[in-house]
Write a protein that binds this ligand. Structure first.
Ligand code: IPE
Ligand code: IPE
Ligand code: MG
Length: 247
């Protein structure tokens, strides 16, 4: 029996977010350069995306490059950007076959032109697809996103569009990168690191967190199912007490 048979498809998260970590350590274990780890990680992305389609997950957000990752050696940053361009270009037809819509969050303005262009091309080419959104967090950080939202809200107040007292959660959320997409119910981080590294800090206020020792290139569809099963065994109380949930 595959793990997918144990999953209650009615109670799957609608939005899963993943911090894909451990490519560098994986490469080192193989005696290879870090970039080999990144390119091997693409295979895991493919498997996990298909697994999400099979589960009926509607949104998958992947942390692909953080604003802090610019601090890595130039060779690695350049290699990652090239890999992004190549991968996006190569995957468009498969994304279309699987009815996947590609989207992105992050500060695009600092990405190399080739990357920006390929991303736009792929977003347009997949814009009609409906099964699942694949959201790439590229040059993303939660603090960047939040500051951006604060700036936009301040501008609206300045222009007299709203008054400061009217600022509430829903108005604030409207200024975030994906206002129409529900918050992730499940956040996964691979590679045995127990931190959030500036990822979706606002949206994960009530997400279930799942950490695994597996390095990202080793993460399989069965691992994704394990994470979802774990999620389904949790009690999400949202501040209430257990007894209230069965009332
Ligand atoms: C995650 O793997 C991919 C990116 C951050 C782009 P790492 O490159 O962080 O791998 P480790 O953590 O060094 O093993
Ligand atoms: C987080 O991983 C960013 C991505 C997965 C893209 P890092 O490897 O950059 O995170 P830290 O530096 O270990 O926190
Ligand atoms: Mg890392």
């Amino acid at each position: 029996m595959s793990l997918i048979d144990k999953i209650n498809l009615e109670k799957c998260p609608q939005h899963i977010a993943i911090i894909m970590d451990g490519n560098g350590r994986w490469a080192k274990q193989q005696g290879e350069v870090r970039l080999f780890g990144h390119s091997s990680g693409v295979e895991a992305v493919r498997d996990v995306l298909k697994a999400c389609v099979d589960l009926g997950v509607k949104h998958l957000t992947l942390y692909a490059f953080s604003t802090e990752n610019w601090n890595r050696p130039k060779e690695e940053v350049d290699g990652l950007m090239n890999l992004m361009v190549e991968t996006i270009a190569n995957e468009v037809s498969e994304l279309n076959e699987n009815d996947v819509r590609l989207r992105s969050i992050g500060d695009e303005s600092k990405l190399p032109d080739a990357c920006k262009n390929e991303l736009h091309r792929a977003q347009v080419a997949t814009s009609e697809n409906k099964s699942i959104d694949l959201i790439l967090a590229l040059n993303y950080s939660a603090r960047w996103e939040i500051i951006n939202a604060v700036r936009n809200i301040a501008k609206r107040v300045e222009e007299g569009d709203i008054v400061a007292n009217e600022v509430n959660e829903s108005k604030f959320e409207q200024e975030l990168a994906m206002p129409e997409i529900p918050d992730p119910e499940l956040l996964i981080r691979t590679s045995g690191e127990y931190r959030l590294s500036n990822f979706l800090l606002w949206q994960i206020a009530y997400a279930e967190l799942y950490f695994t020792e597996k390095l990202w290139p080793d993460f399989t569809r069965e691992d994704l199912f394990r994470a979802v099963l774990d999620y389904q065994n949790r009690e999400r109380r949202f501040g209430k007490v257990s007894e209230q949930l069965t009332e």
